[in-house]
Design a protein around this ligand. Sequence first.
Ligand SMILES: C[S@@+](CC[C@H](N)C(=O)[O-])C[C@H]1O[C@@H](n2cnc3c(N)ncnc32)[C@H](O)[C@@H]1O
Length: 214
Amino acid sequence: MRSKYGMLSPPGQVRLLQFLVQQFNSKNILEVGTFTGYAAFGMAEVMAPGGKVTGIELETFFCDFVNDRAKKNNLNVEVKEGEAISVLQSLAREGNQFDFIYIDCVKEEYYDYYKIIMENNMLPPQGIIVCDNVLWRGTSVTRSNDTGRKVDDFNTAISQDKRVSSARSQGAKGAAPLTNSWLRPCLLPGFCCLCLKQFWSRPYPNLPSLLGIC
Ligand SMILES: C[S@@+](CC[C@H](N)C(=O)[O-])C[C@H]1O[C@@H](n2cnc3c(N)ncnc32)[C@H](O)[C@@H]1O
């Protein structure tokens, strides 16, 4: 169980998510990979009035834990149990749209999630997807293991996808140098926010956005 603690998004990153949720005035939020609900509750705390966070989680224990805590604390958070790909497909079939999507699940499946979201119009034009771990401890740059290569393939596909405006930024899990053309990594959360201002100026206002957090 101890190793699972590392799955939590770090506090600085949840603060960044909250900041983005507030800036985008997000209401319908989806989190792919919910674990104990730390990021989900963080986003629920600041989402627009009447909003909802829908989580997707494979493990029954975490689903029950989060759904129970949500009920007890009167927070509109609901976790759906199952494999992320099949739950996403069923949300798509039901015609759901989410204006804020946080992807933090199986790294090798990120592109599958993305394709389901985009092909089924689940992200409205002003929506944003935030993906965790797009550096994957540097291995997405060095392509030195299978996961790193998959994450790099995902990063490359996103950066070439004209349907979204994308940026990559340092999150809260430590520094790693980036040498590609995306946003340079920032070490301090405050500085990170400054850089992201460029991102918020939204040069392509009709496009949804994708932010990768390293
Ligand atoms: C990195 S953790 C999520 C952390 C959470 N976003 C947070 O910030 O606290 C990834 C979660 O995805 C779940 N998971 C793993 N494989 C999955 C799958 N195929 N479908 C759905 N959830 C899965 C794990 O059980 C784990 O709780």
